[in-house]
Ligand binder design. Structure first.
Ligand code: NAD
Length: 498
């Protein structure tokens, strides 16, 4: 149906009920672009049935053949990167160059997954006992499902399904209902690359669709990325039905600025990491922790840069910061700014009230900068997910480390310093999953793994890299001998070597 984003089940576009949809908006204009069907139990059951049927032969397909399909998918992605970035910008709002970069980071996971024959190689020990060998292999889990957030409509799906499928699983992707169009392009390109029908399915939907996936007995594992409240609930619900779960949540990432840091480098890094993608990144820096000595100078250098951010539609190549995702989110970020003022923080740059000619209905907001933010303030405690940077002043390095370690989120952090001992001590003692040393957004490459600590991740495995292989496979260990070998008669004791 034109104007509607469908599901993708068993290699075909499947429409839902026209009375059960959600609207998709262009955040730069505020106009409705199209609608997306929201899956109910009929579509979820169809997707699970199709993934279950496909699993039988896909799990037995040699890893080399699975990899060859991913190689072809990678080539299709490369050829269509601009098209993909354009749909991300249209539905999400981020700048085209940033959208393209995020698609590229997703493509790198496909590149990593192409090495699956090597990554799945097992272990073998000869002669663990006389004439007895032992070996271990990794086998697929079954039908896996992935639920993704709005802020990376391509990259986060690509963190999940290429790894799951490479490992021999079949997959059901449930993208964010706010920017779901890219998911259909990815699924159709996988088919074009040679993927058998049913191995990758997409069900569009919202919370209700997610609940159907969580409760479905035919699904073995859930990968989730989104806000912490939802991650907690998904982890609890899915593990109560004995599914394997990885649920990545929200963040409040701090950058510790030492007095010996290169301040111009710090300012450039903060401007990009706090305001890029309008702060709608789980690895955005939202708190600059400045040692007292350097704080005045830092704020003085930051303020004019924040005031002069170029704001506009993501399609304009000169723009540095696009709109927020929705009017509702714009209102939420605004209320955090109002709350911060009431709580007594000093608003140095006020990003509210931005209006752009020709884009009056867009969800634009300028960059905001707060100084003298205190740890008890909501402005400090909560994830705002907008272009708002809070400066917290601390007297010493030790207090900076304590502040970061006490925050309930633990996704990313960074230290800026010229001192190797300080940097090394920070990397060792900080209770955060991803740490940057003079690098503001330390997003691990595809061949490492992505994940936070504390309330930023529920479950035992990070995403992609070897953690992805471990999450999407079960370990099986065999111990064997041949009847032609040594016989010892019945043994009533646990075998030991003497
Ligand atoms: P969200 O939690 O609102 O939604 C994420 C997904 O869950 C969507 O597909 C949505 O349809 C579904 N969902 C929403 N509410 C649900 C509910 N009550 N029950 C079940 N499913 C539900 O997140 P969002 O607003 O789309 O994305 C922004 C959030 O994601 C931020 O908190 C950000 O920090 C986080 N995020 C985290 C990472 C990470 O790697 N840790 C990466 C990107 C984004």
């Amino acid at each position: 149906m034109p104007g509607y984003i469908s599901h993708y089940i068993n290699g075909k576009l499947v429409q839902g009920r026209p009375d059960h949809t959600s609207a998709i908006y262009n955040p730069a204009t505020g106009e409705e672009l199209r609608k997306v069907f929201l899956a109910g139990s009929s579509e979820v059951n169809q997707a699970v049935a199709s993934a279950t049927t496909a699993l039988q032969s896909w799990s037995q397909t040699p890893a080399l053949q699975r990899a060859r399909i991913l190689f072809r998918f990678k080539a299709i992605l490369e050829a269509n990167l601009d098209k993909l970035a354009a749909i991300v910008t249209e539905e999400h709002g981020k700048t085209l160059s940033d959208a393209k970069g995020s698609c590229m980071r997703g493509l790198e996971v496909v590149e990593f997954a192409c090495g699956i024959p090597h990554l799945l190689k097992g272990e073998f020990s000869e002669n663990v006992g006389k004439g007895i060998d032992s070996w271990a292999i990794r086998q697929p889990l079954g039908v896996c499902a992935g639920i993704t957030p709005f802020n990376f409509p391509v990259m986060i799906g690509l963190w999940m399904f290429p790894m799951a499928i490479a490992c021999g699983n079949t997959f059901i992707l449930k993208p964010s209902e706010r920017d779901p169009s890219a998911s259909l392009m990815l699924a159709q390109w996988m088919k074009e690359a040679g993927l058998p029908d049913g191995v990758l399915n997409v069900v569009q939907g919202d919370k209700n669709t997610v609940d159907l996936l969580l409760n479905h007995p035919g699904i073995a594992a859930i990968s989730f990325v989104g806000s912490t409240a939802v991650a907690q609930s998904i982890y609890t619900k899915a593990s109560s039905t004995y599914k394997r779960v990885q649920a990545l949540g929200g963040a409040k990432n701090h950058m510790l600025v030492m007095p010996d840091a290169d301040l111009d480098m710090v300012v450039d890094s903060l401007i990009g990491s706090a305001y890029g993608s309008a702060g709608e990144r789980c690895m955005a820096i939202s708190v600059a922790v400045a040692i007292d000595k350097v704080a005045d100078k830092l704020v003085e250098k930051l303020a004019p840069r924040v005031r002069s951010l170029k704001i506009g539609p993501g399609t304009d190549p000169d723009v540095e910061m696009g709109p927020l995702i929705s009017g509702q989110h714009h209102q939420k970020v605004t209320s955090y700014i109002e709350g911060g003022i009431k709580e007594g923080a000093k608003l140095v740059v006020d990003g509210r009230g931005v209006k752009l000619q020709g884009y009056e209905k867009g969800y634009f907001m300028g960059g905001s900068l707060f100084d003298h933010v205190q740890p008890h303030m909501r402005l400090y405690q909560d994830e705002i997910f907008g272009p708002v940077l809070a400066v917290v002043r601390v007297p010493s390095y030790e207090q900076g480390v304590e502040l970061i370690n006490n925050h309930p989120y633990g996704n990313g952090t960074a230290i800026f310093t010229r001192d190797g001992d300080t940097a090394r001590d920070f990397a060792n003692r900080i209770k955060i999953g991803m740490v940057g040393i003079n690098v503001p957004i330390p997003v691990p490459m595809a061949f490492h793994s992505f994940g936070g600590w504390k309330q930023s991740l529920y479950g035992d495995h990070h995403m992609h890299g070897m953690e992805g292989v471990r999450f999407y496979t079960k370990l099986k260990t065999m111990t064997g001998r041949w009847p032609t070998g040594i016989r010892q008669g019945a043994d009533f004791n646990i075998p030991t070597l003497r």
